[in-house]
Design a binder for this molecule. Structure first.
Ligand code: PMP
Length: 404
């Protein structure tokens, strides 16, 4: 059992008033809050070991390099990658997906197919559309149903020897649906296609095991899992990372440079051009340690309790519709109230101290499916409480009264 008050004390930002009311932070899907250990680790890096990495012989540079590589090892252990050099530091999920999509430009031919799903965030749609435009490949889309689940029989039909890569999220940011990615990975491999998993919304809730999943790529962001913004990871199987061309050219990613020819560095450096977010990478390791100290079983238990409680309490409100009703979902509730624009509810409840996301959540195809401009999305983290959900329900009721 988690001692929630003790956990909340780890997050200084939670202990404040916003618009004169105690802050209720339910926008965890957009970014999580940061525990004190993470905030402290950032200052400690700049106070004690700040230096550029992988290039200096001096002591600070070595200390910073060691700390950065230790963090890479922590990520490797966390996601159970076979090799540390399969773990690339990036600026976030978006960067990781673009890196892979850009690399596939050297592989795809006209007539090849790329599969995404109706449930994707724009950052797992647009890079693939750009890839298709560049190469003459065709984009195929796995449809979703009214519950907000992907239709696996349709996925099976889309797969063929033309499919070169499938890109799908582990968990939908807009609806919270957990996709059957193990099935999808195995099916993609049956036709010889690669598969990238967008893990942006899964890593805050679970520990992915990339070897057990057998995915080819797994991309995620640090900032949604208690780490700093501007940090992220792209896991790629060694064979794929060796096959793909570098994404960006520059310092750090080369073996030798001359005007006639440049040769590239070994993994992971081939994909890590330029000075990275050194403090960010190191502190992502701290964030992972923190989450593991809370424990993913505890995190899931708390979040599922909050999801069940919030679903029940919000369902009391007349005219409220929840989008995304799969039994397989994480602690996200996307909803609307009949006749009221989501922005109006969001703005009023903000005045009552409650932070939710309103809009299309960078997932316009999902909104189009339901024929709505957007939703109100409350996304819960392990540091949230049932009392905060009560405050949300009261606030939404007040807003509804004011607006109808
Ligand atoms: N995919 C999903 C499912 C997301 O939720 C997000 C962030 N909202 C992204 C990709 C993009 O992540 P980032 O902005 O950190 O690159």
């Amino acid at each position: 059992m988690l001692d929630i008050q003790k956990i909340r004390a780890d997050f200084p930002i939670l202990n404040q008033k916003v618009n004169g009311k105690p802050l209720v932070y339910f926008d965890n899907g957009a970014t999580s809050q940061k525990p004190q250990v993470v905030i402290d680790a950032i200052s400690k890096y700049y106070q004690e070991i700040n230096a550029n990495i992988h290039r200096g012989v001096h002591t600070l540079s070595q200390l910073a390099t060691d700390a950065y590589e230790i963090a890479r090892g922590k990520v490797q252990n966390h996601i159970n990658a076979k090799h540390a050099h399969e773990v690339l530091f990036t600026s976030g999920t978006t960067f990781g997906i673009n890196l892979v999509a850009n690399g596939f430009a050297s592989i795809l031919k006209p007539g090849d197919e790329v599969i995404v799903s109706h449930l994707e965030h724009h950052s797992n749609i647009v890079p693939w559309q750009m890839l298709c435009e560049k190469t003459g490949a065709t984009l195929k889309v796995i449809p979703m149903n009214e519950e907000g689940e992907l239709v696996m029989t349709e996925y099976d039909k889309l797969l063929s020897e033309k499919t070169k890569i499938v890109a799908v999220n582990h968990i939908s940011n807009a609806l919270g649906t957990i996709n059957p990615i193990k099935y999808m990975i195995d099916k993609a491999h049956e036709v010889g296609a690669a598969i990238l998993i967008d893990g942006a919304q899964s890593v805050p809730h679970l520990k992915p095991d990339v070897q057990a999943l057998d995915c080819d790529f797994y991309a995620f962001s640090g900032h949604k899992m208690c780490g700093p913004t501007g940090t992220g990871i792209l896991y790629g199987k060694e064979a794929w990372l060796n096959k793909l061309p570098p994404y960006q050219g520059g310092g750090e990613m080369i073996k030798e440079v001359s005007f006639e020819k440049t040769t590239y560095a070994e993994l992971p450096h081939k994909f890590e051009a330029g000075t990275p977010h050194i403090a960010g990478g190191i502190v992502l390791g701290t964030a992972i340690d923190y989450m593991n100290s809370v424990g993913f079983e505890n995190i899931q238990k708390q979040e599922l309790e909050l999801l069940a409680y919030a679903t029940e309490r919000l369902s009391e409100i007349e005219g409220l519709r929840i989008y995304g009703t799969s039994k397989n979902k994480t602690s996200v509730i996307s909803f609307n109230i009949e006749g009221i624009h989501p922005y109006d509810i969001g703005s009023i409840i903000d005045k009552l101290g409650i932070a939710v996301r309103t809009g299309h959540h960078c997932a316009q195809p999902i909104m189009n499916f339901f024929g709505i401009p957007g939703t109100i999305r409350a996304s819960f983290s392990f540091y949230n409480t049932k009392e905060e959900i009560d405050a949300l329900v009261d606030a939404v009721k007040k807003a509804q009264l004011m607006l109808s």
